[in-house]
Design a protein around this ligand. Structure first.
Ligand code: NQM
Length: 360
């Protein structure tokens, strides 16, 4: 069975990423049919995704599937799908906090949520992880308004703020149960505050941690070591064999250079992020606060307050993060909050490459 020949779709920028947003009802219910259709919509596999909506980079090859929530704790359910650029793969193994920024406005645009008169808060269940978030954004006259004066690093100009609050997480912050692990010869801290991430000092890998993403991607010795570290860390984190999956991410840490808490370079996991993911930053922020972690000694933590400035290749992400000891003694994220922006780019009908176009 092949999917439909045309599909209702909205292209949105969410934070520093871009993706195709769909109502679940507008896509096939059968997962293999849906995924094959999404590959043809995004133009994968092809390094340029020239025949589809994808932009030739993992950060612009993303899909959000939205539906009314199945449970009372949320208004909508958001399933994130990473469409590989140069492989015929669609993965639900990770979440995306950047596309998350567009979910509230999209839910209003599609009539899943009734907008308030000035602003609207949408409670979102992130299907990939089972976590929740509340996004608040302006809706003057009951319509999503994307214009505003909020700037985020990695996006030119300004737009309306989307304030995202994550409630306390049930999951353990340290998936290996250890503050430090020795993995493939180096000490790392494995942390998960919504995005499984392996934190490591850049210096332990013979780089400064200030390099451009392309320089890091081109460093064969480094990428070979990171490959081994990721496979070993993935197993320790309970993720099994992570060959071919997009988690865990790998973040190289070094001292802050611009008044922030830390400098980051994040492999996602092969390309280097041009900034940092939202949940990636949430995991880094939590890791910085864990005493004894490989990150703690590198971090310049503010004397008070939850707000941390995570430096990255195109500027910084400010994130509010606090952690606590759970009754069972483990560490948990108490609260995480971040400000993003989002924008509707087009709303219409997408025409997938026909299956006979060589990708069926
Ligand atoms: O960590 C890229 C992005 C992301 C993920 C990636 C993200 C997050 O920036 O919340 O948003 O890590 O693959 O879109």
């Amino acid at each position: 069975m092949t999917g439909p020949t045309e599909v209702r779709c909205m292209l949105m920028r969410g934070g520093t990423s871009k993706g195709a947003y769909f109502l679940a009802d507008d896509l096939p219910t059968e997962q293999t049919v849906r995924d094959e259709l999404l590959l043809r919509i995004m133009g994968s596999p092809d390094p340029r995704q020239i025949d589809g909506l994808g932009g030739g980079h993992p950060l612009t090859s993303k899909v959000a599937v939205v539906s009314p929530s199945a449970g009372p704790e949320a208004d909508v359910d958001y399933l994130f799908l990473q469409v590989a650029v140069d492989k015929a793969e669609v993965s639900d193994r990770q979440n995306c906090g950047n596309l998350l920024a567009g979910i509230g406005p999209f839910a209003v645009e599609r009539g899943l949520v009734r907008a308030g008169t000035d602003e609207t808060s949408v409670r979102i269940r992130m299907v990939n992880s089972g976590d929740f978030a509340t996004a608040t954004f302006p809706t003057p006259d009951g319509r999503a308004d994307y214009g505003g004066d909020t700037e985020i690093s990695g996006v030119p100009g300004s737009a309306a703020a989307v304030v995202i609050e994550f409630p306390p997480r049930k999951g353990e912050l340290l998936p290996t149960g250890n503050v430090r692990d020795t993995v493939a010869g180096i000490e790392v801290t494995c942390v998960d505050n919504g995005m499984p991430t392996v934190l490591m000092p850049a210096g332990a890998l013979a780089v400064t941690g200030q390099e451009d993403p392309t320089d890091l991607e081109g460093n064969r010795e480094l990428t070979a070591r990171l490959h081994d570290i990721r496979l070993a860390a993935g197993r320790l984190m309970g993720l099994g064999d992570v060959t071919g999956t997009t988690v865990p991410k790998l973040t190289l840490l070094s001292a802050p250079r611009h008044g922030g808490a830390v400098t980051t370079r994040t492999f996602i996991p092969t390309r280097v992020h041009t900034s940092i993911g939202v949940l990636g930053a949430a995991s880094v922020a939590a890791g910085l606060r864990i005493e004894g972690s490989v990150a703690h000694g590198i971090a310049a933590l503010p004397a008070e307050g939850d707000r941390l400035r995570i430096e990255h290749p195109s500027g910084f992400t400010e994130i509010e993060s606090s952690i606590e000891h759970a009754p069972d003694g483990g560490l948990r994220a108490r609260r995480t909050a971040v400000v993003r922006t989002a924008r509707k780019i087009f709303d219409g009908t997408v025409f997938p490459v026909p299956p006979t176009g060589g990708r069926s």
